[in-house]
Every structure is written in C-alpha cells, then in structure tokens.
Ligand binder design. Structure first.
Ligand SMILES: [Zn+2]
Length: 317
C-alpha cells in the first residue's frame, strides 16, 4: 500500500461551473434574440482582445454590463448569444483591443486579463465559466472573418455560433483546439516539467496539442516522448477543462511511464525531472522548503497531480 498524503478539502477547478443554459435551440431565432437583448435584465460580458473589463461597484467587481453599455465602451464588434440564466439573456460583446489603453485609463473599470482574474478570484466561479465561453467564441470570430474555402467575407448567423459564406455557401463553426495534459507516473514518482515562461519555481504536467489523425492516448504518448524522452504505456482519462487561451480544451490524463531516463527537449521545456509523492504534496500546498510549487487550483494540472498524490489515481486505477 502506497503512502498517500491527505491535503485537506479539495479546491474547485476553474472555468467549468457555468450557470448558463446555452439554449442552442433558440440560436436560429433572430427575432427572439433581438427581443431578449432589449430586455432590462439582459446582460453582456465584454471581451477586448486578451483583456476583460470589470465594473467597479460597492459590492465588488461586476463583469456584467447592459448590452448597449457594453458596446459603448469602445469600438464594438460581434455580439454573441451565450445563453440564458433563469430566462435572462446572457451575451458576449467584442471590443476592438486597439482601444484598450483608453479602457484601462477609466477609473470606473478594473481591466485585466482573464488568467489574472481567475487566479486572484476577482469574480465568482459561474462568471469565470461564462467569461471562458465568451472569450473563446469571440476570439474565434476575431480570427475567422473570411471564408477558409474561398476567401470571401463571412457573416455571423445563429447568434454567433456559425459564420456563413454567401459566395460559396460554406458554413464555418467555432472551433475548439484539443490539448492533452498528462502526468506520467513511475511507481511512487511522477514526471513534471518547467517551461521558461512559467513563473519562477513552478513545475507542471507536460502538455501539447492533439494532432490531426491522432487519438488522445497517442497524443499523450507522443508528447511525453518528444518533450522528455519518456515512453508511456497505459493512459487513463481524468477530467477536462475549457482553457480560453485562446480556445482550447485541456484533456487531463495519467500515463504509465515505461522508461525513466529523461531527455529534455530544450525547445519545449526548460527542465523535467521525477518528483516523489511527499515532495509533490508539499508543492501542492505551497509548503515546499525549496519554494517550488505546482500550478494553482484554477488549472487542471493541479487536480491531475493532486489526484495522483492523494487518491493514487493513475493509469492502473
Ligand atoms: Zn466561401
């Protein structure tokens, strides 16, 4: 029986606790959406490139604006239908990020990137999930204005859930990019890596995009082999998380390492090494004597690592 540290209450994963009913069956009803947006209780989240403006109020920071107020904050682009909360419309409004300096100068707003908003807990968990939906969808629109088939300008339909080309009749749907993020495990040790862009002292799971024609298991094995030179056998799915930077889905896995000699690909990683359970437990709790840590609970990496430390989750379970 392996020693399994108890780390106390489990924190929540970020970007998943949405209160929004996407009401996909209403997306093609343009009249319904137009009326819904005019209702006094309709609200919109604002996405200005990588930045999110939050309203300063006596009760704290509020990410919701009346749709017309949201568009008046700058040069507005698409308004998309995110869904309904208790029958009230929730929308996303895109602002041209060229106006971000003016936005940041406003004293009635707190303007920050979504990662910082999440890590600092500036808004509730349900708002975080809605902002992830708005940001991923609006970023897709910003990058897909023209038909990928014929190059003609496309138009937004279905409340923002499709773009149509009037020239060649192609329909384009918002995309989500699958990323595998995995913890390779060998006995009582796990493999963590560091990218140079990480904050100092932070170690995390290895990760990479799933390639065309590849299943999740193959992507896990390929990425682990490429980045650290470790061959993996069995792979088990753990959980997934929307990751709106800009529009990914993180697919969390545990993998059984078949080899232990690490060869780091320095173009991908600054370093990679094996960690034992007690060391990782201290990192998760931010009590490691060397000051090193794992990503915060907002990120799925924290939960993948923690489930192995605490519950013994791995490819054998
Ligand atoms: Zn076209």
């Amino acid at each position: 029986m392996l020693h399994r540290p108890n780390l106390g209450p489990k924190p929540a994963l970020g970007y998943v606790a949405s209160a929004i009913d996407r009401a996909a069956e209403r997306r093609n009803d343009a009249e319904f959406l137009a009326v819904l947006e005019q209702q006094p209780d309709a609200r919109a989240y604002v996405v200005a490139g990588e930045l999110i403006p939050l309203k300063k109020t006596d009760a704290g920071l509020d990410p919701l604006f009346k749709p017309a107020d949201a568009r008046a904050l700058g040069t507005a682009g698409e308004t998309v239908f995110l869904g309904l909360v208790d029958g009230r419309g929730r929308f996303g409004v895109w602002l041209d990020p060229h106006g971000n300096d003016a936005l940041k100068a406003r004293e009635d707003l707190h303007v920050s990137d979504l990662r910082s908003i999440a890590v600092q807990g500036l808004v509730g968990a349900d708002h975080l999930a809605a902002l992830a939906e708005a940001k991923a969808l609006l970023l897709w629109h910003a990058r897909h204005r023209f038909c990928a088939t014929c190059g003609h300008a496309t138009t937004v339909v279905q409340g923002g859930w499709r773009r149509d080309c009037s020239a060649c009749r192609a329909q384009h749907f918002p995309r989500t990019d699958p990323v595998v993020i995995m913890l390779a495990v060998s006995g009582d040790r796990c493999l963590l890596g560091r990218q140079s862009r990480f904050v100092p002292g932070m170690w995390s799971c290895l990760a990479g995009f799933v390639e065309p024609g590849e299943c999740i298991e193959q992507a896990v094995r390929r990425e682990t082999q490429e980045e650290a030179g470790i061959r993996c056998g069995r792979v088990s799915y753990f959980a997934s998380q929307p990751w709106p930077f800009p529009m990914s889905l993180m697919i969390g896995c545990h993998a059984e390492a078949l080899t232990t000699d690490i060869t780091v690909d320095r173009s991908e990683l600054e370093d990679a090494r094996w960690f034992d359970r007690d060391e990782v437990a201290a990192m998760l709790l931010r009590k490691h004597p060397g000051g090193i840590s794992t990503p915060p609970p907002i990120a799925i990496a924290h939960h993948i690592i923690r489930s192995w430390v605490e519950d013994g989750r791995g490819p054998h379970e």
